[in-house]
Design a protein around this ligand. Sequence first.
Ligand code: AHG
Length: 333
Amino acid sequence: MQIGQTITQFIIEEQRRTSGSGDFTSLLNDILVACKNISSAVNKGALIGVLGSAGSENVQGETQKKLDVISNDMMLDANVWGGHLAAMASEEMEEVYPIPGKYPRGKYLLVFDPLDGSSNIDVNISVGTIFSILRCADGVTNPTEADFLQPGTRQVCAGYALYGPSTMMVMTTGHGVNAFTLDQNVGEFILTHQGMQIPADTSEFAINASNSRFWEAPVKRYVDECLAGKEGPRGKDFNMRWVASMVAEVHRILTRGGIFMYPRDNKDPSKAGKLRLMYEANPMSFIVEQAGGASSTGRERILDIQPEELHQRVPVILGSKNEVQRVVDYYQK
Ligand code: AHG
C-alpha cells in the first residue's frame, strides 16, 4: 500500500492478502461507481436542475430533496446487478430492498444513507454518502429487516464519500482507516491519507447549540466547561464548529481531532436521538474507532448496540478518545 496508488489496486491487494474470493472487491467497485455518479450530480447542481425539494417525505417524515432521491437511485442501480448482495436498505426507503430475481444474489447486505446532510445541498455546502456492509447469514435466500439487525461490531466494511472541495472516499475493513481523493480528470480515487489517526485530545467540539435547553445534564456540563475556556475547569480555550453534515464533521475530526455530539435530548422524548444507528452511527463509529477514537451514546459503546429496527435512532458522541471518555464519565457520575 502506498500513497498515490489507485483505490482499485488497493482493494485488489487487500483481497490477495486475505485470500478473498473477489466478491467483496467487486462490491466495493460498484459502490465507488455509485459515489462517482453522485459526486458528479452534486457537483453540477443547479446546472442540471437537481437542487430543491422532491416534494415527498421519507420514512423519517423528512422532506426529501431531489438529490436524496437521485442518490438513492444511483446507489441501487450501481449495486443491484453485480451478484454480490442479498439485499439493500437505505435511509430513503422504508422497507428492505431485495435483489430482484433476475439478478444473482450474493452474501453481503448493504445499508446506506445516500446523501447525508442534505439540508446543505441548496446552499452548496459539503454533503456525503455513508455506507455499511454486513454479511448475510448462511442459508438466507430472502433477507428481511431482521437479517440487517446486527450490531456494528459485525460490520465487514464501513465508509463514506465526502462531496466537498474535493471528493474523497474514506473507509475501513477493520485494519485502520485510509482515505482516497477523486482525481476528476482520471475518474479514479487515489490513496492520499494512509492509516488516519484521531488525536486523543482536542480543543474543538461540534454540537447543534440551538438544542442546548433540551440537553441532558452531562452534555450540558461538558459544553459549559468548554465554553468557560481558560478561566474554567478545563483551563484552556475551545473552538466550536457545526456543519450539519455528519460526514463533514467526522472528516474534520479524522483530520485534526475533535468531538462530535448529537446527544439524546428531551426536545421530542419519543426519539432516542436524531441520527440513525444502522447507516449513520454504526459506520461512522467503526471508522472512528479504527482511527483510534471512541464512540458512545454516553451510556454505552455504539458498536455494541443490538439494533431493534432498521431506522432506529441513537444518541451519538464520537471523536477524540479522551474527550469522549470525559463525557461518558460525566454520564456515569
Ligand atoms: P440527513 O441525513 O437527514 O441530511 O441528516 C443530517 C444529519 C447529520 O448529517 C447532521 O449532523 C445532523 O443531521 C444535522 O442536524 P441539525 O439539522 O439538527 O443541525
